[in-house]
Design a protein around this ligand. Structure first.
Ligand code: ADP
Ligand code: MG
Length: 292
């Protein structure tokens, strides 16, 4: 009978490290035809490391790093963790008036100065040439780069760029090729820069990229697919993905990600291995074939 088969399928999923919020999730999983994948922490490990600090001419690199670390100490983002770790040898001050805008960046008062750390799209408007070059070079080889701005009393801003490297998960390329073989369309959906996103997409074999998407834009991207009649799975790990996970026909979270993403998802891949998204779809197809 139907409920029994679904229960068996659910139990089998749990053995594989695939947790669902209820047996009916398997029915939804079976109907998926488009799989949107977040980049950072989903296709990549999300364990980030600072590679380079590039200050503007006449600005001290350690001053940029310490100021950024002060603000990022209040952030949960992998970028923030990398910046804090890289500044361990420096005196890092407390931050007040901290604000975080998901998919954009963070800001706070350090000492008496306003410090902002965020995407080039948001903060990159008035950068000196050498910082534009640092951003382009980083994005061109798939690294993420953030802009740091320290607003001085004299209304001048001291700028720097911090380049942060991430690594594609070993399993991601195989997962993407399996998805394609099953007839599903993979799409990379990320808040990161277009260049960095394209680089990672090429590495793992994803054709379509939607980049520089803030959380609300991720939701809109999913609605666009749904309007065309696609049945969409969204796979993500971050607070910035939560609204998109809820909007998708099937929200899939990485067990290695944030609690907010896990709570918003219908299905959780405990160890964060993307091949298990493929396993989940295969399992749902098998389970429901048994019923019919
Ligand atoms: P993704 O979709 O790749 O997980 P996010 O939506 O979390 O990326 O972030 C998109 C972009 O916003 C980042 O690439 C970065 O430029 C900026 N950003 C987000 N959070 C932070 C932060 N804590 N510090 C600095 N920049 C941030
Ligand atoms: Mg992410």
């Amino acid at each position: 009978a139907t409920p029994t088969a679904l229960m068996v399928g659910t139990g089998r999923g749990a053995q594989l490290g695939i947790l669902v919020t209820g047996p009916e999730v398997l029915e939804q999983t079976r109907r998926i035809d488009t799989v949107l994948l977040d980049k950072t922490g989903t296709v990549t490990t999300g364990v980030m490391r600072v590679e380079k600090v590039q200050p503007a001419y006449g600005v001290d690199a350690d001053r940029i790093l310490a100021a950024a670390a002060a603000v990022e100490s209040a952030s949960e983002h992998p970028l923030g963790k990398a910046i804090v770790a890289a500044a361990q040898h420096l005196p890092v001050r407390d931050v007040t008036d901290f604000t975080c805008t998901e998919g954009v960046g963070v800001s706070g008062i350090v000492g008496s100065e306003r410090v902002r750390v965020g995407s080039a799209r948001e903060l990159g408007g008035h950068l000196p040439m050498r910082l534009h070059q640092a951003l382009d070079a980083a994005h061109g080889r798939g690294a993420t780069a953030v802009v740091v701005g320290i607003d001085g009393d004299d209304h001048a801003t001291e700028y720097g760029v911090i380049v942060v490297a991430d690594t594609v998960k070993e399993s991601s390329r195989e997962a993407v090729s399996q998805l394609k073989r099953m007839g599903l369309t993979p799409v990379l959906l990320t808040g990161d820069n277009t260049g960095a996103a394209r680089f990672v997409a090429d590495l793992v074999g994803i054709g379509q990229v939607i980049a520089e998407a803030r959380p609300a834009e991720k939701v809109n991207a999913i609605k666009d697919f749904q309007r065309r009649g696609d049945v969409v799975a969204m796979v993500g790990d971050g607070i910035n993905d939560a609204a998109a996970l809820a909007q998708a026909d099937l929200g899939v979270s990485m067990g290695t990600g944030t609690d907010v993403a896990i709570a918003a998802a219908d299905l959780t891949i405990v160890d964060g291995d993307l091949r298990k998204v493929v396993d989940a779809i295969a399992l749902s197809r098998r389970t429901l074939r048994t019923i019919r």
